[in-house]
Design a protein around this ligand. Structure first.
Ligand code: GUN
Length: 278
């Protein structure tokens, strides 16, 4: 019988830990604050930003919100970031992605001071992770490591296969699993015989952005499966990159969608904010 990895409960535990830490910092006269920047009116981004602000409220982190017009110039956005970089009363800066097409996302990410880069997207943060130095780590992969550890999954020496090589999830995920002494393979759209590779995995992390792509033919009996995908199916129900009903029975542990990886991202953002303030 497989076990569900409960991201809802684990993310709540982390938010409660953050709440306690914020209380302690406040008692020492220190505040924790996050600047949240949303450009334009993408409905999904508005929901994500709303959830981030709610989590701030819950944990006692002060959020300062900037809702900017779709047609704001890149210069104006960069000058706001520059101002926030210099403000001592702001610990973290988050620019919700994607940005409108006329704005160069890389330039915006690079403009955030690495010590305030709570998303862990700055090249310096990514570089630090790759050579094992201190720095902020992208929230979704960091959350997956927490899910594994708090579900008593040993990573050391295990065959870890990551499907997907995005800068936000796949690549940092591979680096984090390596830091935990896993044996790591990264697969992507050009991988030959994907099934043959994924079937080796003791720990399989799937972030390919294709609904229900991974069926049981891709999974070894007893594997731990982590599903990063989130989609709406034809009946408007949420589903992941993994065909849960098909795969779950042959796993030892698996994350559901919703209620698996999703809630961890925001919990880890809160954790990054408080770590920065400390
Ligand atoms: N867009 C989708 N995921 C994320 C995230 O984790 N951080 C930011 N800033 N934008 C996103």
């Amino acid at each position: 019988m497989y076990e569900l990895i409960d991201g809802k409960t684990i993310s709540m535990d982390i938010k409660n830990e953050v709440k306690e830490e914020v209380k302690m910092l406040n008692a020492q006269g220190k505040k924790v604050s996050l600047a949240v920047i949303l450009v334009g009116n993408d409905p999904a981004s508005a929901v994500y930003v709303g959830n981030k602000k709610k989590a701030c409220e819950y944990t006692g982190i002060e959020s300062v919100s900037y809702e900017l017009e779709e047609n704001i110039s890149q210069e104006e956005l960069l000058s706001l970031i520059d101002k926030l970089n210099k403000q001592d009363d702001i610990n973290g800066i988050l620019v919700q992605l994607p940005l409108p097409k006329h704005i160069d996302e890389d330039a915006v990410i690079k403009a955030i001071a690495p010590e305030k880069d709570v998303d862990g997207f700055h090249p310096q943060s990514v570089g630090a992770l790759s050579i094992g130095q201190k720095g902020y780590v992208s929230c979704t992969p960091a959350g997956i490591i927490e899910l594994l550890k708090r579900s008593n999954v040993d990573i050391e020496g295990k065959e870890c296969v990551v499907v997907g090589r995005s800068n936000i999830v796949g690549k940092p995920m591979a680096l984090l699993l390596l830091r935990e002494n896993g044996t790591v393979t990264v697969c992507h759209s050009r991988t030959k015989d994907l099934k043959e590779v994924t079937k080796r995995a003791d720990i399989l992390v799937v972030a390919i952005g294709k609904p229900k792509f991974i069926t049981k033919e891709y999974v070894k009996e007893g594997a731990v499966v982590i599903d990063v995908g989130i989609h709406r199916n034809e009946n408007n129900k949420l589903c992941g990159d993994v065909d849960f009903d098909d795969v779950a029975p042959i796993t030892s542990k698996i994350t559901p969608v919703p209620g698996g990886v999703g809630p961890m991202t925001i919990a880890m953002l809160m954790k990054n904010c408080v770590e920065g303030a400390k």
